[in-house]
Design a binder for this molecule. Structure first.
Ligand code: MN
Ligand code: MN
Length: 281
């Protein structure tokens, strides 16, 4: 098992993972943040903000108090060591998957999804991926770097056929990215289309919180105007009810860019929704 730094747990999560189906862990890595850094503080801010949330989720009718899920703490990551960080994350996810658990990662920047999806793909070769994001993240290189939060889905497409990537809520990319994105599936708003597209295949879910409008979620590294409301994102997530979710992550909260801390609460609530969809209750 990987080394984790013990932290305060998310919303009453157990720190004992034996009985849990979903295992949360923080990946405080933001080494390639290209504009506003600070996503390394995301996991701690999500846990702190979770204290204001109820454990009962009105929409799913699930009370997390009755569910088995755990919070392992944060991986001991050095943000200056990209290769090391990515391999630590992949190992942690592989270990959890091997134990039959659902890895649930708190970012961190979006590049952390690459090792997480790799680990899931090693076990579920027929998997599909749903990405909620303002950005396509399909650049082949960004600032000369092939491994960046701006290239993460392009790197995923190196091993997962792009036809198995569904991008939801995207509104920003280069012409080259939009050309590449024709190989993926792109969706603007229709929640019912998401389960139809998944069609019962094992699904990994990545939520880049900048999919939300900056008015709802300013606390992020690369805010992109023209995003959706919280309610629409929640409808999209709830459309995943009953799907075989094999792993998920919530990324790109950079809490210090929002002095009101509402962004952290939004992120904590997105985590609660995903948790109530995946924990055994
Ligand atoms: Mn984004
Ligand atoms: Mn992204």
């Amino acid at each position: 098992m990987s080394d984790f730094l013990k932290t305060a747990a998310y919303l009453g999560a157990s720190q004992e993972c034996k009985a849990a189906r979903v295992a949360l862990f923080g990946c405080p890595y933001d080494g390639t943040a290209s504009y506003r850094a600070g996503a390394r503080f995301g996991p701690a801010a999500i846990r702190e903000a979770s204290q204001v949330l109820e454990t009962y989720d009105l929409r799913t009718k699930i009370d997390l108090d009755n569910c088995a899920f755990c919070d392992l703490g944060d991986l001991e990551i050095s943000p200056g060591d990209k290769t090391g960080s990515l391999s630590q994350i992949e190992t942690a996810a592989r270990d959890l998957l091997a134990e039959g658990k659902i890895p649930a990662a708190l970012g961190g920047e979006h590049l952390i999804s690459l090792p997480l999806v790799k680990a899931a793909h090693a076990l579920f070769s027929d998997m599909v991926l749903v990405q909620f994001d303002a950005h396509l993240d399909l650049k082949d290189k960004y600032l000369g770097d092939r491994l960046s939060h701006a290239t993460v889905m392009r790197r995923v497409a190196d091993f997962l056929p792009p036809s198995r990537i569904l991008q939801v809520g995207t509104r920003s990319g280069t012409l080259e990215e939009y050309e590449f994105s024709r190989k993926c599936r792109n969706l603007e708003a229709n929640a019912e289309d998401i389960p139809r597209w998944i069609s019962n295949r094992p699904v990994y879910v990545t939520v880049d919180l900048d999919v939300l409008d900056p008015a709802v979620f300013p606390g992020t590294g690369t805010p992109e105007p023209g995003g959706v409301s919280y309610g629409i994102l929640e409808d999209w997530l709830l459309s995943l009810t009953g799907q075989n979710i094999i792993g998920w992550d919530v990324v790109e909260l950079a809490p210090h860019w929002d002095p009101t801390h509402v962004s952290s609460i939004v992120a904590a609530k997105v985590v609660r929704t995903l948790m109530s969809l995946t924990a055994v209750c």
